[in-house]
Design a binder for this molecule. Structure first.
Ligand SMILES: [Zn+2]
Length: 181
C-alpha cells in the first residue's frame, strides 16, 4: 500500500492510544511520539530493500513479496516493541515502544484489507485479508520501480478499496493534526 496510507493510519492509531492512556508527558514529547508514529508506520515497508537485494534489481517481482518476510509479521513487531518497552528506562521510552507497536499494528491492519498478512506466522504462512484484490496479474511487474508505482497507482491501486480507506485516514489525520493544539 502507499506510504501515505500507512503514515496516516499510524498517526491515527498512535493518537488514539495516547488519548486513551493519557501519559504524564509534555506536549513536545507527545508531538515527537506522533511524528515517530508516521515514521514507523511507513518504515515497515522498507523490508522491500531485502527483496531488491535478493533479486539484485530495483524492480518488483511477484515471486518475492516482502509481505511474506518475517519482518512483515505481527510477531516480529511484537518482539521488537516489547524488547524496546522492557529495555526502556523512562516513561518517554516506554511510550516510544507503545507507539511503535501501535504503528506496526496499523501497518498490518492496512495491509490486511486486500493484500494479506501472515497473522498466524510461525504457525501458518497463510496470508489473511478482508477483500480479495487481483493484483497478482498486474502487467507492470517488469517495469522499473518508479514506472511500476505510477502505473500501479493509476490503473490498479485507485480501483482498490484500500485507496478509499487511505483517503479517509489521511483526511482524519489532517483534521486531528490541525484541530489538536
Ligand atoms: Zn506493508
Amino acid at each position: 500500500m502507499m506510504p501515505y496510507d500507512h503514515a496516516a493510519t499510524g498517526y491515527l492509531f498512535a493518537f488514539v492510544l495516547l488519548k486513551i492512556l493519557h501519559p504524564a508527558l509534555s506536549l513536545d514529547q507527545v508531538n515527537s511520539l506522533l511524528l515517530w508514529s508516521l515514521f514507523w508506520a511507513v518504515a515497515v515497508d522498507w523490508d522491500m530493500i531485502i527483496s531488491f537485494i535478493m533479486l539484485r534489481s530495483v524492480r518488483i517481482r511477484n515471486n518475492v513479496s516482502h509481505r511474506r518476510f518475517l519482518t512483515h509479521t505481527p510477531i516480529f513487531g511484537l518482539v521488537i516493541g516489547l524488547s524496546i518497552y522492557f529495555l526502556s528506562d523512562s516513561l518517554y521510552a516506554q511510550y516510544f515502544a507503545l507507539v511503535f507497536l501501535a504503528s506496526f499494528t496499523s501497518h498490518m491492519v492496512v495491509d490486511s484489507i486486500e493484500i494479506g498478512i501472515m497473522w498466524l506466522w510461525p504457525f501458518s504462512k497463510k496470508q489473511y485479508f478482508l477483500f480479495e484484490a487481483n493484483t497478482d496479474s498486474n502487467p507492470y511487474i517488469h517495469e522499473s520501480l518508479l514506472i511500476f508505482y505510477i502505473k500501479m497507482f493509476r490503473n490498479v491501486y485507485m480501483r482498490m478499496k484500500t485507496f478509499y480507506v487511505g483517503l479517509v485516514a489521511v483526511f482524519a489525520a489532517l483534521v486531528i493534526f490541525f484541530m489538536n493544539p
